[in-house]
Design a protein around this ligand. Structure first.
Ligand SMILES: Cc1ncc(COP(=O)(O)O)c(C=O)c1O
Length: 408
């Protein structure tokens, strides 16, 4: 089918095609996307949605940002792809920017989050092998974590629903079963080459890790010559009101993964490493066809420039506090609201069964959210929302919870 014919498909024809020809991996909502502008997504009927999910932490600059559209067109006409056999101007420039922002030393670019995690795992094993051969190969991961769907990343994703059909998984993974210093100490030994953590767990239901736990993780990694790997794919790049979520904890990881909002909608991921791991990937040790292409890297540079020039990270911090305070205040009128967790514009509202009921009702009212970990209403709005948009969300939430509570 020609592409200009696909645009004429009616919603029911689109879903029929997918039902017939796609693996049934996605349970989509009845929202047929047409286009987006700023903080709004529009469906094929012309209905406007306030996006409080931001493409799951991807669309940090909203939709159709004019500066990104300009880069896309300009670079699209110049050079979309060249192989990693050759140089182009943007990969090194983006690496420099990320390295300087994070205090790391080196970068490798991927196409997705899960591939960034795979690269981090290879760095971890290579680091361990260089020190003590295969005896230093244990990778510690945390309960309730999510790191991606490829085999390495899946093997450190400690949620049964993702792992069960695909066992056996990659060997040498051990789980820290509680977020306590004691559990960490018990799990550690000189056999450990890396501890992997999301400073704020995302798919696990927006769970910021306790500060004492993260700090103890850093100390134990140092004591046992292991790497601390921060997966900042969902929580990094300004989302928590700091450039990187690890900054809230006063520590620095050795390795960090990024993706999602890096090129704000164009696929791009990265693994960054400090000087300790600078030698852990050498010539021929890793590679990718697409990762770090000129279009993706130039877009990411523009994204980071916009975030910096418009001081968006401080705005994320301020609006995040405003939203979280307001939701906590609403808890006195709504019994469905439990714990409100998060940092910046990465917010989770513990709601029990009401979370899954609230999502479609909010959607009907023109607001996009989702339920993470079954019971948590997850908010990841674009950084460019304003107070009036937060207020629109709050009054819709108030109304929806009123309906749900009146019915139960
Ligand atoms: C923390 C974290 N790591 C890794 C991933 C995997 O990223 P991707 O879906 O781009 O492979 C995700 C995706 O949700 C994530 O939230």
């Amino acid at each position: 089918m020609e592409t200009d014919k696909a645009i004429e498909l009616k919603p029911e024809e689109i879903s029929a095609l997918e039902e017939k020809y796609l693996f049934a991996t996605y349970k989509r909502s009845d929202l047929y996307c047409s286009h987006g502008s700023g903080i709004y997504l529009f469906d094929m009927y012309g209905k406007r949605y306030l996006d409080f999910l931001g493409g799951i932490s991807v669309n940090s600059l909203g939709y159709s940002h004019p500066r990104l559209a300009r880069v896309l067109t300009e670079q699209g006409q110049r050079l979309i792809h060249c192989s990693n056999l050759f140089y182009h101007p943007y990969q090194g420039a983006l690496a420099k920017k990320l390295v300087e922002a994070s205090g790391m030393a080196r970068a490798f670019f991927t196409n997705s989050g899960t591939e960034a995690v795979e690269a981090a795992l290879k760095i971890a094993r290579s680091y361990g092998n260089a020190r003590a051969g295969s005896s230093k190969s244990v990778i510690l991961t945390l309960k309730n974590s999510f790191h991606g769907r490829t085999f390495g990343a899946l093997s450190i994703t400690t949620q049964d629903k993702y792992q069960a059909p695909f066992r056996p998984l990659v060997p040498g993974i051990e789980v820290v079963a509680e977020f306590t210093v004691e559990a960490l100490e018990e799990a550690f030994s000189d056999h450990v080459c890396a501890l992997v953590m999301e400073p704020v767990q995302g798919e696990g239901g927006i769970v910021p890790l306790p500060e004492s736990f993260v700090r103890a993780g850093r100390e134990l990694c140092d004591r046992h010559d292991a790497l601390l790997v921060a997966d900042e794919i969902q929580c990094g790049l300004g989302r928590t009101g700091r450039y990187f979520a690890f900054e809230h904890y006063g520590i620095k990881p050795d390795v960090m993964t990024l993706a999602k909002s890096l090129a704000a909608g164009y696929p791009l991921g990265a693994v960054l490493g400090n000087t300790r791991v600078a030698e852990s990937l050498g010539p021929g040790d890793h590679g990718t066809t697409f990762g770090g292409g000129p279009l993706a890297c130039r877009l990411a540079l523009e994204v980071l420039n916009i975030i910096e020039e418009e001081d968006l990270i401080s705005k994320v911090d301020a609006l995040g506090h405003y939203l979280m305070d307001a939701i906590r205040k609403m808890a006195s009128q709504h019994r469905s609201i439990g714990e409100v967790r998060g940092m910046g514009l990465m917010i989770g509202i513990e709601m029990g069964a009401a979370a899954k009921e609230a999502v479609p009702r909010l959607l009907k009212k023109g607001i996009i959210t989702n339920a993470a970990h079954e019971t948590v209403l997850r908010l990841l709005p674009p950084f460019i929302i304003e107070k009036k948009d937060a207020d629109e969300f709050l009054s819709a939430l108030d109304a929806v919870l009123g309906e749900i509570e009146a019915e139960s």
